[in-house]
Design a protein around this ligand. Structure first.
Ligand SMILES: C[S@@+](CC[C@H](N)C(=O)[O-])C[C@H]1O[C@@H](n2cnc3c(N)ncnc32)[C@H](O)[C@@H]1O
Length: 290
């Protein structure tokens, strides 16, 4: 980690120890929330939105929380010399599996823009980011394209330009052939994120198949890239079992953040979650660890 750079990014995104959306992102989020209809939705629908009303609930409840967790989990790596030195092609490919409304993709984009801006004096040129957004719900794929487009239109990030944006509706890992084809055309993925999708994958596939699916990602990742899993504090056993199966460590993280709701504008709350971040070259599936 580059200490000075790390501190300047934390000061910007997490002032006084509380993660906070920058005004521009907050505006983008509120604009989308205001366009969506109100209806009473269940907790499950809020977590896994399937229509416009449940998407509104997801954006209100989970967007900022997951966004900050992605940023906090990646800030050390993205401010490291190792990461900076790996940016040789001026292209950066993100695969966001279970993207929802592009939460992780937006979080990474904004943080990359801050980091490259802070390193301005080092003379790096604009980075072109290509996105592969994968979700099984139509509503997510529609809204994520919109949010990304609006982000680039309204923020005009200084250091990032938007390259290709692919939406993929077929679920992971059945879509692996498609992911490979895109990687052949775009180049291997620099960053593969599975943010809050481990649970549905576990329900569909079971532990061993998740581990095998993750090991397949090795073949489409840049060797010096990263794969990241994030899941809530109630999923310690699941994240722990998957991590053990693929021979990686995982850790508990805690972060304090501003609450985004009409009534609680100045409140903060602390959330815990689990994260597993690793280079694809270190991946090995250990079937005996189940
Ligand atoms: C809890 S949301 C998380 C959204 C976002 N990644 C975040 O961190 O806020 C999980 C998403 O994964 C999607 N999903 C479930 N199973 C999937 C699969 N097999 N492949 C791709 N997406 C999947 C769901 O439709 C849902 O939108």
């Amino acid at each position: 980690m580059h200490k000075k750079l790390y501190k300047s990014i934390i000061d910007e995104l997490c002032p006084e120890g509380n993660w906070k959306l920058r005004c521009s992102i907050e505006k983008l989020l509120n604009a989308k929330i205001n366009q969506l209809p109100c209806r009473d939705v269940t907790g499950e629908e809020t977590r896994y939105p399937t229509d416009r009303a449940s998407m509104k609930a997801f954006l209100e409840t989970f967007f900022a929380r997951h966004y900050f967790q992605v940023q906090k989990s990646l800030v050390e790596y993205l401010t490291s010399s190792e990461f900076y030195d790996s940016l040789t092609t001026k292209e950066f490919n993100i695969l966001d599996i279970g993207s929802g409304p592009a939460v992780a993709s937006l979080a990474v984009t904004e943080m990359l823009d801050c980091i490259l801006g802070a390193r301005n004096e080092a003379g790096i040129h604009k980075l072109r980011v290509n996105y592969v957004l994968n979700d099984t719900e139509n509503i997510c794929l529609g809204i994520d394209q919109e949010l990304l487009r609006n982000y680039f239109r309204s923020q005009s990030p200084q250091r990032i330009s938007c390259g290709h944006v692919f939406s993929m509706e077929k679920g992971f890992p059945s879509n692996f052939g498609q992911l490979e084809r895109v990687a052949r055309n775009l180049g291997l993925y620099d960053l593969i994120i599975l943010s809050y999708v481990l649970k549905p994958l576990h329900n569909d596939l079971g532990l061993k198949n998740i581990a095998n699916a993750l090991s397949m990602l090795q073949g489409i990742s840049k060797p010096n890239g990263r794969i990241m899993i994030i899941q809530d504090k109630f999923s310690k056993a699941l994240v722990g079992n998957v991590s053990r199966l693929i021979g990686q460590s995982f850790k508990k993280e805690t972060l304090a953040q501003h609450i985004y709701s009409e009534n609680n504008d100045n409140e903060t709350y602390t959330y815990s979650y689990y994260t597993c971040l690793f280079a694809p070259t270190g991946l090995s599936v250990n079937a005996r660890a189940v």
